[in-house]
Ligand binder design. Structure first.
Ligand code: CA
Ligand code: CA
Length: 248
């Protein structure tokens, strides 16, 4: 799709489609977003029914890391299945693994990192070619060969039953797609997020297969899947772990 650059954009890149149509990312609606989930970095996690993420897929989430220390997991499952990050000398580095296991796919983003700050992270994976592309705050940070891995997960904020790499901080709006979102769609999700609002991912032309709003519309301990039916259960947590702190 041909696009124009809008110098009046609020943030990121803003694309104006040259032709009309429905379901494009430029037409993304917004939903209220006032809640996220706060993980203690010790044993807090959200358990879900084990689910296999398509080899061609997209994972989109927002995170706000409390201490920037160690390897912290966003998603994890049994054996060599995880998606997490490290802070390497003030830059963000992401790790993703799955089957076939190892070597771990990783990408150092050279994204200058600050604790207690919201970041939008998207990993787009395609099976053919076997490539994973990383976006931080709507900006393409590069790609890597992901070895056609298939990620199987059963937790948000923890690697399966291993509690030594739990996420410490806030996570919001976790979405899993069984399609590879375009850069335009990734940017649109970022641009449609502002104080108290975020993108209504179900208005994308390819909506997610799972979407955890992380407190919005939820009643503890259930974290509702707003796209599919794989609800999560907050584990080793309390209702106070649902907090009013969201990306802006
Ligand atoms: Ca939320
Ligand atoms: Ca706890």
């Amino acid at each position: 799709m041909a696009t124009l650059y809008n110098p009046n954009r609020k943030k990121g890149l803003f694309y104006i489609p040259m032709s009309g149509g429905t379901g494009g990312s430029a037409g993304l609606a917004q939903v209220n977003n006032v809640k996220s989930v706060d993980f203690d970095g010790i044993d807090d996690n959200i358990s879900i029914t084990e689910t296999t993420i398509s080899r061609t897929s997209t994972i989109s989430l927002w995170f706000n890391w409390a201490d920037g220390i160690g390897l912290n997991m966003f998603l994890g499952g049994n054996a060599q299945n995880y998606f997490g990050l490290r802070n390497i000398s003030g830059n963000l580095k992401f790790f993703i693994d799955g089957f076939p296991a190892s070597p771990i796919s990783e990408i150092q983003t050279n994204e200058s990192f600050t604790v207690n700050t919201w970041y939008h992270l998207v990993i787009v994976q395609t099976e053919t070619p076997s490539v994973a592309t990383c976006y931080v705050n709507g900006v393409n940070k590069g790609n890597f060969n992901n070895g056609s891995r298939q990620l199987i997960i059963d937790k948000i904020g923890q690697w399966h039953t291993y509690t030594n790499q739990n996420f410490n901080g806030l996570i919001d709006e976790v979405a899993i797609f069984n399609t590879a979102l375009t850069e335009e769609e990734v940017v649109s999700i970022y641009d449609k997020t502002e104080t108290g609002k975020t993108a209504d991912l179900n208005t994308l032309s390819t909506p997610p297969v799972a979407w955890y709003r992380m407190g919005d519309g939820d009643t503890y301990p259930t974290v509702t899947d707003n796209a599919g039916s794989n609800n999560g259960t907050m584990t080793n947590m309390s209702s106070s772990n649902i907090v009013e702190d969201t990306p802006s």
